[in-house]
Write a protein that binds this ligand. Structure first.
Ligand code: 13P
Length: 247
């Protein structure tokens, strides 16, 4: 079980320090893995603070070249050097605001893998596609076009755009169908298994319901990962869920 916290462009030194103070005294379970994706500029700061806490750290994006004249970009090699294990790629906010395409995301994923990072590739339909019955086909194309040529380990985050920051989540049956479909598509193309996280308005109230859905291997949390109380409540629910199901 994997709980990922995407802090996006939020928090500062003071709030990160106070967040970590609470983590220091928390008893973590070996069965639920945690990873925080802070703003790039705070990766080193956070990484030093959580040195003795069993939490991984990741970047919110990376470029597809090692180094060079790419102003404002972040190299996968630099992420690795500063202690990152994971990188989020193709988040809908980057697809929308930074015009990232599937082809671009695929190149970044390939370079991330080459640099020993574990990519989490985000996919998700908009409301119009969901309402017009086009979600499954749209996600199939996103995955087919973003899938790295070669990988040992891959995670896909299914984040419907209409669910991000809105408090709305898909029906259980819609999440179940999409996650199963994502696993089938990846397996049919690569003969490899993939983990699929759900993301979009995950909170303390809905986490148990989401985790009880087949083929949900964890969650990618935005807003509710910014407050320590909410974040630990989500984590605690995930631990409880595994205990209830004896997983
Ligand atoms: P919210 O949890 O705020 O809806 O954001 C989800 C997300 O975009 C995580 O990457």
């Amino acid at each position: 079980m994997f709980i990922a916290a995407n802090w996006k462009m939020n928090l500062n030194k003071k709030s990160i320090k106070s967040f970590v103070e609470h983590l220091k005294i928390y008893k973590f379970s070996k069965n639920v893995q945690l990873c925080i994706f802070p703003p790039t500029i705070y990766i080193d700061f956070l990484s030093k603070l959580i040195k003795n806490i069993p939490i991984s750290i990741g970047g919110q994006n990376c470029h597809h070249q090692s180094f060079g004249a790419f102003t404002g970009e972040i190299s996968a090699i630099s992420l690795k050097e500063f202690g990152c294990d994971y990188v989020i790629l193709g988040h809908s906010e980057r697809r929308i605001y930074n015009k990232e395409t599937n082809e671009y995301i695929k190149k970044c994923a390939q370079f991330g893998i080459k640099s020993s990072l574990r990519p989490i590739i985000c996919v998700g339909e908009n409301l119009d596609q969901r309402e017009n019955g086009k979600a499954i086909d749209f996600i199939e194309k996103q995955i087919t076009d973003c899938l790295p040529e070669d990988f040992n380990e891959l995670t896909i985050a299914y984040e419907p755009i209409w669910s991000i920051g809105t408090g709305k989540i898909p029906l259980q049956s819609e999440i179940r169908e999409m996650h199963k479909n994502i696993k089938d598509i990846v397996f049919s193309k690569s003969k490899k298994n993939v983990k699929v996280l759900y993301g979009g308005s995950v909170n303390e109230q809905n986490i148990q319901e989401i985790l009880s859905i087949n083929n949900v291997d964890g969650v990618l949390v935005g807003g509710a990962s910014l407050k320590i109380k909410d974040f630990l409540a989500i984590y605690g629910s995930a631990v409880k869920h595994l205990k209830n199901y004896n997983i």
